[in-house]
Ligand binder design. Structure first.
Ligand SMILES: Cc1cc2nc3c(=O)[nH]c(=O)nc-3n(C[C@H](O)[C@H](O)[C@H](O)COP(=O)(O)OP(=O)(O)OC[C@H]3O[C@@H](n4cnc5c(N)ncnc54)[C@H](O)[C@@H]3O)c2cc1C
Length: 447
């Protein structure tokens, strides 16, 4: 037993969670039966990137959001009986946008046979690749990039572009020269199990988790954590916040960061004068961020009712009418999400907005006359991590335990391997919480 665990045996374990998005909430719910938890959230509400805006009867997520049916977050919420309602989009009836024209998106055998975007030989190649990918050994391909795999295993440029487009769709990542092929194919296989668009938006997950918390979870909303301190022989960690008087002297046994990696690095640099976790910080600095330029549009009515999904094949474009499957718009209205998957290192700008608006015009001519509300967000971080081949397929850092930092953990979509996006955020949160309970000799309750 280490020093820290001896101290907390006779009293309740105190854990600070920095960040009140889905990861912070998942960690709190996992800890709350066995610890006193304080969640610090710097903005004026919980939710982070899972927040939903409400305008004139439309529920608008921050860019297109879909919950993977076979993914970790879905399972976690389902086990807690907190799974929100929603429905799956009909992607098999969708369109491919290729060479500036719309064609049938090849997702099933019949759509593959009928699509006009591929020649007969290309259809045969793609069918074989889909078959192969469904049972490919993704572990063995963790260290190979998507581009390396496509160059060695696929001949037709159109088929390469199609596979790359499905990878972008399932992972948000437009970085084939760095992305791990193993992680990419695992995510593609996950997405083939289907996704859910959630009724009334992702905020429903935030609300469900917040409502599940007990009095053992305290919320400090509008309170930014500025630094951590450790004094003399204290075994605990002082969390210093923007509301100094109240919390400055508050001591915690453990801390979970559920914030972006640059925020963790900023706080840890001050906390660590001896550079004990230089390796962890260097890893955080090197993380590849996955970004998209997002255009969210509320329409009075959809000009072409039959076109509800269109995936760019030779351009990194996305279009989907989320309100076709989920309750997100008033009767007759349509909530459209369009996105431009940004290449690594690129930031979004007016040119991306122009391109997305043009894309809408090509898919839904006359859409401008129907606009109730439009929002462009040039630089949304879909994931603070990207599973690269050079780091063995993990998202950013290998796991929640920060080497060298005793009782300090991190979670988010940039932590761990085997999951992406919200599945990575929630799984690393549960892992961090479980590590705290086990290192303090408390068994996590099975849900
Ligand atoms: C455009 C877009 C599309 C996406 N689509 C999908 C999708 O289809 N499927 C999917 O699975 N995932 C998707 N995601 C990803 C998903 O939204 C995130 O993985 C998930 O919401 C991350 O939750 P989090 O709690 O880890 O981080 P965040 O939601 O970023 O929460 C971090 C919180 O920490 C707070 N904070 C930061 N610093 C401090 C501090 N010093 N003190 C106190 N609080 C602080 C922030 O205010 C924020 O609320 C998408 C994301 C975006 C942006």
């Amino acid at each position: 037993m280490d020093e820290g665990s001896a101290q907390v045996e006779s009293r309740q374990l105190k854990v600070a969670i920095i960040g009140g998005g889905l990861a912070g909430l998942a960690a709190a719910v996992t800890l709350m039966d066995n610890a006193e938890v304080t969640i610090f959230e710097k903005s004026n509400g919980l939710g982070g990137r899972a927040l939903t805006a409400h305008k004139e009867g439309y529920d608008i997520n921050q860019g297109p959001h879909a919950l993977y049916i076979g993914g970790y977050a879905h399972k976690f919420l389902d086990e807690l009986k907190l799974l929100p309602t929603g429905a799956s989009p009909n992607i098999s009836g969708g369109k491919a946008y290729y060479k500036k024209r719309l064609a049938t998106l090849p997702t099933t055998l019949s759509s593959l046979l009928s699509t006009g975007m591929l020649s007969l030989i290309e259809k045969w190649q793609l069918a074989n690749i889909f078959k192969r990918l469904a049972k490919i050994d993704t572990e063995a391909l963790k260290g190979k990039t998507v581009s390396e795999w496509l160059d060695s295993d696929v001949r037709s440029p159109a088929v390469k572009e199609t596979i790359a487009a499905f990878i972008r769709l399932s992972s948000y990542c437009n970085n084939p020269d760095m992305m791990s092929a193993g992680a990419a194919f695992a995510q593609m296989n996950l997405s083939s199990q289907g996704v859910l668009y959630l009724d009334h938006g992702w905020e429903t997950m935030v609300k469900a988790l917040a409502e599940r918390t007990t009095e053992k979870v305290q919320f400090k909303i509008g309170v930014e954590v500025k630094e951590l301190q450790r004094f003399g022989d204290d075994t605990g960690i002082h969390v210093c916040t923007s509301e100094e008087d109240e919390v400055k002297s508050k001591l915690f046994d453990a801390v979970i960061f559920a914030v972006p990696p640059h925020s963790v690095a900023q706080i840890l640099r001050q906390y660590d004068p001896h550079d004990c976790f230089a390796d962890a910080l260097a890893q955080m600095d090197a993380i590849e961020v996955t970004r998209a330029a997002c255009l969210d549009v509320c329409l009075k009515t959809l000009p072409i009712a039959s076109t509800t999904f269109a995936l760019g094949i030779d351009e990194p474009l996305y279009f989907s009418v989320h309100s076709t499957s989920a309750k997100l718009a008033p009767p007759g209205g349509a909530l459209v999400h369009a996105a431009y998957y940004l290449e690594a290192g690129r930031t979004g700008g007016v040119e991306h907005r122009k391109r997305l608006e043009q894309y809408l015009e090509e898919i839904q001519p006359g859409w401008r006359d129907q606009v109730v509300y439009e929002r462009f967000m040039p630089n949304m971080v879909a994931s603070f991590g990207c599973a690269t081949a050079s780091n063995g397929g993990h998202q950013g850092i290998a796991g929640p335990l920060l080497k060298g930092a005793k009782n300090i953990y991190a979670c988010g979509d940039w932590v761990g391997s085997g999951h992406m996006l919200v599945d990575a955020a929630v799984s690393s949160a549960v892992e961090a919480a479980t590590m705290i309970l086990t290192s303090n000799k408390i068994m996590a309750h099975s849900r």
